[in-house]
Design a protein. Structure first.
Length: 646
C-alpha cells in the first residue's frame, strides 16, 4: 500500500476515479494520524473502497499493471524458491520469467529502493519488471504453492523437531504398563488380604483427594496477595524512575498510533449458527480496526459454515482461512495453520461464542510492555520473559440451568482464585483454550500448539516454562457459553481430563530432566494441578463409596477397620469437601452473585460427573488418546428459540 508520503497523490487518484470523495479522504487521513497505518488501509477498513479498487489505483501510481495471482498464479519453480514467510513479510513474489533473465515480480508494496534491493539480493542476475497485486492475492498464491509445507507446520513439525514435547507418540511403554500392573497387584492384594487392601486403597484415595484440595485451596487463598504485590511493584517502579530522573507517573498504555498489529485466531467447526455473532463480538473490541488481523479458521469439510461466512461479507480486517484436510483434525492444528499467516506482533485465540471485554487487547499489550520494561529498563534480568497472558473466562448463561450454574461456580474459582494465586507464587499456570494472548515470535519459538494433544492450552503453558518463558494472567475477562447439556458436558470434560493425563505423561517421560528445567515451582504445579486433578476425579467416586461403606460397615456390621483410618477418612472427606465448597462459593459470589455461588453446595454431585468423565477419559487415553470430541456451541440459544416458538 502507499506510504504517507504518497497519501495526497493516491487520494487524488481515488477521487478522480470516483472511488472516494474528498471528505472520505480527509476522514481517512484523520484516522491515519491518530491510529497510524496507511491511507489505503484506512479507506479499505472503513469500507469506502475494496482492496481491488485500492490496488488498481496503486498500480497506476506505481506504473506497474495489476495482475490477479489467483486466476494467474506464479510459476511454481519461482514461488517455491522463496520461503513462504519471507514472501508474506516482504510483500512481493517472483511471478513470471527467468531468474537469470527477464523476471516479472508481483508486489503489494511501493517500488522503493528497499524493495529493489530485496529483489536484487534474491535474484542478482535478473532483469526485473514490476507488476502490482493485492495483499490477499499474494496470500492466496503463497497458500496454494506452499500447501504441503504449511500442512507440515500445522500437524507434524513439533513432533518431528521435538518428539519428546509432542503427544503424537502417546504414552511410553512404562506409562501404559504401570497402571495395568498396579491394578493387577491391587486385585491380588484384595483377594489375599481384603481388609488391609481396602484400608490402603481408602487411605490412598483420600490422600490424593486431599492433595488436590489443599493445592487448590492454598492457591485461592494466595490470590489476594497478587493485588498487593502488583501495587508494591508499581510503587517500586515509580521510586526507581524518580531516582533515575524520569517521570515517576509514566504509564504503559500506548496511544493508538503506537499500538502493534494484533492477530486474532478464531477456529470454528460446524458453527454456522453463530459465526456472524462471532465476527460481531470481535468487531466490538476497542482496538484500531486498521491494526486488527482477524483470521476465521474454517475446516475444508465444513461447507455449511464456509458458505455462511462468505455470505455474510465480513469486514475487510477479517480473512477467511480454509484449513486443508489432514490428521489430526483438531483445533490446535487449525490454529497452527492460521499462525503461519499471522501478521501481528501478538496473537490471541477466541472461541466461536466468545465475547471478550472491549479493552482486552490493550491490556495484553500493556502487560507485555510492562514485562519488557521490568526486564530491560528496571534491571530484572532474572525474570523469565513473558510468552503469554491469560484473561479470565466468565459465562453469559451462568443462570440458565443447574449445570451452567455449577460450571460457572467451578470456573469462577479457577480463574478468579486459583490462577491468580499460582501466578503470584510464580508456579507455571495451565492456559485456557481461549483468550490466551501470545507474543507471536515466542509462540513460534515454542513450537506453537501440539495438534496431537487435546488440551493443547495446558500443554503449551507447561512447555513455555520448560523453554524458559512464563505465562501470567491479566485483569480482563471473556464471556463464554457454559455447556448446558449433560451429554455435551461429559464429552467436553472427558477431553479436558484426557488432555491433562496426556500432558502429565508427556512431561514425565524424562522426569528428572523436567524437574531440572522447571524447578521446584514447576514440579509443584505439575503434581498439584496437572497430575492431581485427573487423579482426584478418578478417585473421588472411590473415596466417596469407600468412606460410606467404611462408616456403615464399622457402625452397623462391626467391620474390623482400624479406627484411625476411619476417622481420617471421614475428616478428610468432610473437611476437604467443605473447603472446596466454601472457596467456590466465595469466588462465584464475587464474580456473579450469591444466587450462583449458592450452587457450590451441590459440588459433591458435580464431582461425581467429573468422576464419570475421568474414567471415560482414562479409557480413551489407553485406546485412542488423540480423539477430539467437539463441544457444540449455541445450545442455549437453540433451546431458547425452541421455547419461544412452542
Amino acid at each position: 500500500m502507499s506510504t504517507t508520503a504518497h497519501a495526497a497523490r493516491i487520494g487524488d487518484i481515488l477521487v478522480d476515479r470516483g472511488l472516494a470523495t474528498p471528505e472520505q479522504i480527509e476522514d481517512a487521513l484523520a484516522r491515519q494520524r491518530s491510529e497510524g497505518g496507511t491511507l489505503g488501509q484506512q479507506l479499505v477498513t472503513a469500507g469506502v473502497l475494496t482492496r481491488l479498487e485500492l490496488y488498481g489505483a496503486l498500480a497506476d501510481q506505481w506504473d506497474a499493471p495489476l495482475v490477479d495471482l489467483v486466476a494467474d498464479p506464479p510459476q511454481r519453480d519461482l514461488v517455491t524458491r522463496q520461503p513462504y514467510s519471507r514472501i508474506l513479510n516482504q510483500g512481493w513474489v517472483a511471478w513470471r520469467g527467468d531468474p537469470v533473465g527477464e523476471l516479472t515480480v508481483a508486489t503489494t508494496v511501493a517500488p522503493t529502493e528497499t524493495l529493489r534491493s530485496q529483489i536484487q539480493e534474491e535474484f542478482p542476475q535478473a532483469d526485473v519488471r514490476l507488476v502490482t497485486t493485492t495483499d490477499w492475492d499474494l496470500w492466496r498464491a503463497v497458500e496454494a504453492s506452499h500447501r504441503q509445507e504449511l500442512l507440515y507446520l500445522s500437524q507434524d513439525k513439533l513432533s518431528v523437531d521435538d518428539p519428546n514435547a509432542s503427544a503424537r507418540s502417546g504414552l511410553r511403554l512404562w506409562q501404559n504398563a504401570g497402571p495395568i500392573v498396579l491394578m493387577v497387584a491391587l486385585l491380588g492384594w484384595i483377594v489375599l488380604q481384603p481388609l488391609t487392601a481396602f484400608a490402603a486403597i481408602l487411605t490412598a484415595a483420600n490422600a490424593i483427594f486431599l492433595l488436590s484440595i489443599v493445592f487448590k485451596t492454598i492457591s485461592g487463598i494466595l490470590a489476594p496477595l497478587r493485588a498487593y504485590r502488583r501495587n508494591r511493584d508499581r510503587l517500586w517502579e515509580m521510586q526507581e524512575r524518580e531516582r533515575r530522573g524520569l517521570d515517576p507517573l509514566w504509564h504503559h498504555d500506548r496511544d493508538d498510533a503506537e499500538l502493534p498489529v494484533y492477530t486474532v485466531l478464531m477456529p470454528v467447526f460446524h458453527e454456522a449458527n453463530i459465526v456472524e455473532k462471532l465476527v460481531t463480538n470481535i468487531g466490538a473490541l476497542d482496538y484500531p480496526k486498521s491494526k486488527l488481523d482477524v483470521l476465521l479458521l474454517l475446516e475444508e469439510s465444513d461447507t455449511e459454515t464456509i458458505e455462511r461466512a462468505r455470505a455474510m461479507r465480513p469486514p475487510a480486517y477479517v480473512r477467511l482461512v480454509v484449513v486443508p484436510p489432514g490428521r489430526p483434525q483438531t483445533k490446535p492444528r487449525a490454529c497452527n495453520y492460521g499462525l503461519a499467516f499471522a501478521r501481528g506482533e501478538y496473537v490471541v485465540i477466541y472461541d466461536a461464542e466468545d465475547q471478550p471485554h472491549p479493552d482486552q487487547l490493550r491490556k495484553a499489550v500493556a502487560a507485555f510492555d510492562r514485562d519488557r520494561i521490568e526486564r530491560e529498563v528496571l534491571g530484572r534480568r532474572d525474570q523469565k520473559p513473558l510468552a503469554c497472558v491469560q484473561a479470565s473466562l466468565t459465562y453469559f448463561n451462568a443462570d440458565y440451568n443447574v449445570l451452567t450454574r455449577m460450571f460457572a461456580t467451578e470456573y469462577a474459582h479457577w480463574f478468579e482464585a486459583m490462577l491468580p494465586g499460582m501466578d503470584n507464587t510464580k508456579i507455571p499456570i495451565p492456559l485456557g483454550g481461549t483468550s490466551n494472548h501470545f507474543h507471536t515470535e515466542r509462540l513460534r519459538e515454542l513450537g506453537a500448539w501440539d495438534p496431537w494433544n487435546v488440551t493443547e492450552d495446558a500443554d503449551l503453558g507447561l512447555r513455555a516454562s520448560v523453554k524458559g518463558y512464563r505465562a501470567s494472567v491479566i485483569d480482563s475477562s471473556t464471556a463464554e457459553e457454559a455447556t448446558s447439556r449433560t451429554g455435551a458436558w461429559i464429552r467436553q470434560r472427558t477431553r479436558w481430563i484426557k488432555g491433562y493425563i496426556v500432558t502429565s505423561a508427556v512431561n514425565t517421560r524424562h522426569p528428572v530432566q523436567f524437574a531440572r528445567r522447571v524447578g521446584v515451582r514447576g514440579v509443584i504445579g505439575m503434581i498439584g494441578l496437572i497430575m492431581a486433578t485427573p487423579l482426584a476425579f478418578l478417585f473421588y467416586p472411590i473415596s466417596l463409596a469407600f468412606t460410606a461403606l467404611t462408616y456403615i460397615g464399622v457402625q452397623f456390621i462391626g467391620l474390623p477397620m482400624p479406627a484411625p483410618v476411619v476417622l481420617v477418612s471421614i475428616v478428610t472427606f468432610v473437611v476437604g469437601n467443605a473447603a472446596m465448597i466454601v472457596s467456590a462459593f466465595l469466588a462465584a459470589t464475587w464474580r456473579y452473585n450469591w444466587r450462583i455461588g449458592a450452587f457450590a453446595v451441590f459440588s459433591n454431585v458435580y464431582w461425581l460427573l467429573h468422576g464419570w468423565a475421568a474414567w471415560r477419559a482414562l479409557f480413551q487415553v489407553l485406546r485412542d488418546p488423540h480423539t477430539w470430541e467437539k463441544t457444540p456451541h449455541g445450545l442455549t440459544e437453540q433451546y431458547e428459540s425452541t421455547v419461544n416458538v412452542s
